[in-house]
Design a binder for this molecule. Structure first.
Ligand SMILES: NC(=O)c1ccc[n+]([C@@H]2O[C@H](COP(=O)([O-])OP(=O)(O)OC[C@H]3O[C@@H](n4cnc5c(N)ncnc54)[C@H](O)[C@@H]3O)[C@@H](O)[C@H]2O)c1
Length: 235
């Protein structure tokens, strides 16, 4: 029987990946992890410049890298109690997190279908998108946007399967990134809630997520699509 080596199934060499919002935070950690596994990485981010380490990935891991400044999917979160909700803020949250994700998937999938190329897409939903009440963080528009990202996975997994394209989301708990920095100081109670309330009793770091992202991108996950994976430090 033909035997496939397990390490080969995790290898991302000879493949290229587009990472929206990969200029810092979780997106950059994913770019670095993919590069370590041999994949080429192209990042689109609203930042003028990615974190400095991005420029070293190509040389360090012998892969192709590129950075383009642009407004795409990625993700934003604005804390705002419902009764103080601002139309512009809730619309921006929906535009970036939902429409941006949907249209990035659409354009990428169209390219893959047109060129008859197989592929794997990973989106970032959230613990906040699971419909649970998080008493200390009033950001219902964000939570709803992340539930929508998760909700896209099943239908799109079914639509894209026949083209050899898989799509899955991850739902992280609180991860220490620039996004969470805004919660230090006055909003510290939110961070304490997320770290002390979780069985693992700590906040996550981007590197807690990258093995799952790389697994889903790789051939090791060839029978997995349309699903959401919790990485929350909770059961
Ligand atoms: N940090 C967390 O605790 C956490 C938890 C669950 C889910 N998430 C999700 O993970 C994703 C990444 O979060 P993060 O914590 O790394 O955030 P971050 O703010 O640290 O990084 C997000 C990156 O996206 C870029 N970006 C923002 N809007 C953009 C746009 N319209 N077009 C292109 N780039 C844009 C930013 O410049 C930044 O580089 C988001 O979707 C977020 O909602 C984060």
């Amino acid at each position: 029987m033909f035997e496939v080596k397990i390490t080969d199934r995790f290898n991302l060499g000879d493949k290229n990946f587009l990472i929206t919002g990969g200029g810092c935070g979780i997106g950059f950690a994913c770019a670095k992890a993919i590069a370590q596994l041999g994949g080429g990485v192209a990042v689109i981010d609203t930042l003028a410049e990615p974190v400095e380490e991005f420029h070293m990935l190509g040389k360090r891991f012998g892969v192709k890298t590129s950075f383009v400044r642009g407004d795409t999917a990625a993700g934003i979160c604005i804390d705002e109690p419902l009764v103080e909700a601002d139309w512009e803020h809730s619309q921006r949250t929906s535009n970036v997190n939902v429409m941006g994700t949907f249209w990035t998937i659409k354009l990428l999938a169209k390219h893959l279908v047109d060129t008859k190329t197989h592929g794997s897409i990973v989106t970032i939903a959230s613990l906040n998108g699971q419909g649970v009440y998080v008493p200390v963080q009033p950001c219902a528009a964000y939570n709803a946007s992340k539930a929508a990202v998760k909700g896209l996975m099943g239908p799109l997994g079914a639509e894209l399967g026949e083209h050899g394209i898989r799509i899955n989301s991850i739902s992280p708990g609180a991860i220490q990134t620039p996004l969470l920095k805004r919660l230090e100081g006055e909003k510290r109670a939110i961070l304490d809630f997320y770290s002390d309330g979780a069985p693992l009793q700590r906040l996550g770091i981007p590197e807690d997520l990258t093995p799952m992202v790389c697994y889903l991108l790789s051939d090791a996950a060839s029978f997995t699509t349309g699903a959401d994976f919790l990485l929350t430090g909770e059961s």
